[in-house]
Design a protein around this ligand. Structure first.
Ligand code: XIL
Length: 465
């Protein structure tokens, strides 16, 4: 009976079973378990019919490579990019396995080793969450988050408008995240966007009125969550996108006018010092951060650098016995597109490092296209069906993720956290640009494998030195 069963479960035509094994470009797969039993244990010789599509090592590890034949095919049509036949030969037997390479995701996020474990010795690995991701205040019920990430940021519910109108939702989510073992980032206190009308109106009030209102707001908000927040993004995006250069005075160039930062407009540039000081007093345990985007650009990076330097110098002067900095960290949002050069991010990290602050990559996503191609579709969730991202774009995105991650790993002595702004492309705020590591079905894209490759490259480099 047993013999019969064994004979039955052994595949009569293993060839058929392994026809068209899908493998995402950049990923590896072990083929040795896919050969007939008679071959197992023997020395096998492996050969790929199309080494430019899939290469195979002596141990039967196949890597899917890029096939350049149809680079213009729209990724949203989900086309595969190549096929290779892998022939295994041992002791006079041969066996063929067909590998189909694709830029579409293949491996389910739930079958992959947790990202947070893989990067544990380098930094915290974060993502965002929303009210539906938590069951009451008892736990986070999103398994993709709990498997792969160890720090969460509320995508919207700790922003000034939400925290004013529904603080209990923010608190419920915070408690659920902590009950599930996550650290939580408080995002964000002082901003020009997503703010309630009373804060917008502050712009035209007197310095004294605004200063009192800001201190009350911070001590109430930060005080409410005191002891539970790992990092507060105290101030977000105070510098506009242009209108200044690296030699400008940071005090003069902050967002003002119609959509300006109301605290800056009413109080003046020392609202930064006052705001951070109020946050420190309300929750001395939290690490206080300044957070912004386009930090790869020299002008903005320099304004941030100078502000942090000067605010921290004033704190040192007024609290000479204090050993901590007031602004202890800079969040680099890293909402990128294929036009953002890694050399510019490197320049910014080198600029920030002497400040002695921590760095977090706080909102990472990388469009699979340039800004000009993305903007006609624009931001918003569930726009992946309208995407104009090509296979080429998906591969460029993957390369950039590898380069960025290699750089972050190089700076892991100062980078404490890397947070992605979303898990699957469809739920991204920039879904039309397919900017994340996982496709809408939760399968790993080439970008995911690039992130893992960066880790392997880094380990190899540092082991060798
Ligand atoms: C985005 C959210 O992802 C969207 O859901 C919302 O509609 C707009 O804000 N910089 C930030 C984040 O600091 O708070 C923003 O989040 C993205 C840009």
């Amino acid at each position: 009976m047993t013999i019969l069963l064994l004979g039955f479960s052994g595949c009569e035509d293993p060839q058929e079973e392994y026809d068209g094994v899908p493998i995402t470009i950049g990923a590896k797969r072990n083929l040795s378990s896919m050969v007939p039993e008679e071959m197992a244990g023997q020395t096998i010789t492996w050969e790929s019919s199309a080494p430019n599509v899939a290469s195979v090592t002596n141990d039967g590890i196949v890597t899917a490579l890029r096939f350049t034949g149809n680079g213009d095919t729209r990724f949203s049509r989900g086309s595969a990019t190549g096929t290779a036949i892998i022939t295994a030969t041992a002791g006079g037997l041969t066996h063929e396995i067909t590998v189909t390479t694709t830029t579409s995701g293949t491996e389910n996020i739930m079958d992959l080793p947790p990202l947070k474990d893989q990067f544990a010795e380098y930094f915290l690995i974060g993502n965002i969450f929303n009210p539906g991701d938590a069951s009451g205040s008892a736990r986070v019920n999103n398994e993709r988050l709990t498997r792969h990430f160890n720090v969460l940021t509320h995508e919207n519910h700790m922003k000034p408008d939400q925290i004013s109108s529904s603080p209990s939702t923010a608190e419920r989510m915070l408690n659920a995240a902590r009950a599930s073992g996550f650290e939580v980032v408080g995002h964000t206190l002082l901003w020009h966007s997503q703010i309630p009308p009373w804060q917008r109106n502050m712009a035209s009030s007197s310095r004294e009125t605004a200063l009192t209102a800001m201190r009350d707001y911070i001590s109430n908000t930060v005080g409410r969550f005191a002891g539970k927040i790992h990092t507060w993004d105290v101030l977000n995006e105070v510098f506009p996108d242009g209108g200044y250069s690296a030699s400008s005075d940071w005090r003069q160039v902050m967002r003002s006018g119609n959509n300006g930062n109301p605290w800056y407009m009413a109080i003046g540039s020392d609202f930064v010092y006052e705001g951070f000081l109020a946050a420190r007093q309300a929750d001395p345990n939290a690490t206080l951060y300044y957070n912004d985007y386009n930090t790869d650009q020299l002008g903005k990076a320099t304004m941030i650098h100078d502000m942090v330097r000067d605010v921290n110098a004033r704190y040192k002067q007024e609290f000479p016995n204090e050993t901590r900095l007031l602004i202890e960290g800079i969040g680099m949002q890293e909402h990128h597109n294929t036009g953002v050069q890694v050399s510019n991010i490197r320049r910014t990290l080198a600029l920030f490092k002497p400040l002695g602050v921590k760095i977090s990559v706080s909102e990472l996503d990388v469009l699979g296209q340039g800004w000009g191609q993305f903007s006609p579709i624009g931001s918003g969730t569930n726009k992946q069906g309208q995407s104009t991202v090509t296979n080429d774009g998906i591969m460029t995105q993957a390369r950039l993720y590898r380069e960025y991650m290699e750089l972050y790993l190089e700076y892991s002595d100062i980078i404490e956290r890397v947070t992605w702004w979303g898990v699957t492309d469809n739920l991204s705020w920039r879904s039309g640009g397919l900017p994340l590591l996982f496709d809408p079905r939760g399968r790993a894209k080439p970008a995911y494998y690039s992130v893992i490759q960066a880790l392997e490259n880094h380990k190899q480099k540092t082991d060798g030195s």
